[in-house]
Design a binder for this molecule. Sequence first.
Ligand code: SF4
Ligand code: SF4
Length: 98
Amino acid sequence: MNEMEMPKMSPEEMEEKKKMVLSMCTCENCPTWKDCHDSAKEKGFCFMTIGKSKCIKQEKGCICGSCPVYSKMGLKHGYYCTRDSEMAQNMKDRKEGM
Ligand code: SF4
Ligand code: SF4
């Protein structure tokens, strides 16, 4: 990620935002997440400093669309646990000329 693509947020603002995302995240209710609930309590995958899960590999449905973070942050993608954060997926789209 180069400087141009970094959001203009201070480290404190980033930390605040991350806390907000983690507190509102509904991944725990998702069938895809259930596979990994014992090994890791990971969530908030859409957030730029979190991204892909270290455990989840198989996509079995994604409920991100109904999560309050999704509308609040104007997200457009899904399956953040396997496909990486919103920002990473945006960058991939741009590279692919979408
Ligand atoms: S959009 Fe998905 S990954 Fe992001 S906080 Fe909501 S449920 Fe979690
Ligand atoms: S990012 Fe989407 S698919 Fe992955 S666990 Fe969260 S709700 Fe489920």
